[in-house]
Design a protein around this ligand. Structure first.
Ligand SMILES: O=C[C@H](O)[C@H](O)[C@H](O)COP(=O)(O)O
Length: 215
């Protein structure tokens, strides 16, 4: 296993220790979260189940014998565990490289604690090296792209990708995100935007960075 995978696995294993017995666990999406789901499978008899941020994670959770609940029917989510594409020193994140940003943001909003699990390559001083994903209503794609150009980014349509919600993704290149909350608010104002993959207003409460089998 390479260093990045070792780091992802170490962070995921550490997050398992935060799972409350008998609870419904919020589960994110991606290659780091896959390790978390594998660990959750080992303790599936100790938890009630999960709420999931994507069809991909739902399928994996069910394969591993973990009950997946509709978020609307769940009262409390003590813990949400998810990866990120980038993380700055204030625990602000870029997410959505796997196009799951909208459901991820919804579960992060509901959860009491949002724990982000990453390998060291994701840690940056200033967000924006990773193109910022924006989920858009399909008919608004060109309008939103023009507005994002005005904000100083270079939007590129992730052609062929349809989100779990039936929408499209624009990846915004060449941003230096020095004020993540302000940019999140500005992009949220654009008509046709469903979700921006900046997690600053509701950022991670804790970030676990796995490296060389350590945290
Ligand atoms: O849409 C995908 C999610 O935001 C993922 O959390 C993010 O892309 C990180 O994924 P990975 O753990 O595969 O790097």
């Amino acid at each position: 296993m390479n260093d990045a995978e070792n780091g992802k696995r170490a962070a995921a294993e550490r997050a398992l220790a935060l799972v409350e017995p008998g609870s419904v666990v919020g589960v994110g999406t991606g290659s780091t979260v896959r390790w978390f789901i594998e660990g959750l499978a080992r303790m599936r008899h100790d938890i009630e189940g999960a709420v999931s941020s994507s069809e991909a994670s739902t399928a994996l959770l069910r394969e591993r014998g973990i009950a997946v609940y509709d978020l609307n029917g769940v009262g409390e989510i003590p813990l949400y565990v998810d990866g990120a594409d980038e993380c700055d020193g204030s625990r602000c994140l870029i997410k959505g490289g796997g196009a799951a940003l909208t459901r991820e943001k919804i579960i992060a909003a509901v959860a009491r604690e949002f724990v982000c699990i990453i390998d060291p390559a994701k840690r940056v001083d200033v967000l924006g090296r990773f193109p910022l994903p924006v989920e858009v209503i399909p008919m608004a794609r060109s309008h939103v792209a023009r507005e994002l150009l005005d904000l100083g980014g270079q939007p590129v349509w992730r052609e062929g990708v349809v989100t779990d919600n039936g929408n499209w993704i624009l990846d915004v290149h060449h941003l230096q995100i020095t004020d993540p909350e302000a940019l999140e608010t500005a992009i949220n104002q654009i008509v046709g935007v469903v979700t921006v993959g900046l997690f600053a207003r509701r950022r991670a409460d804790r970030v676990l960075i796995g490296a060389d089998g350590e945290i």
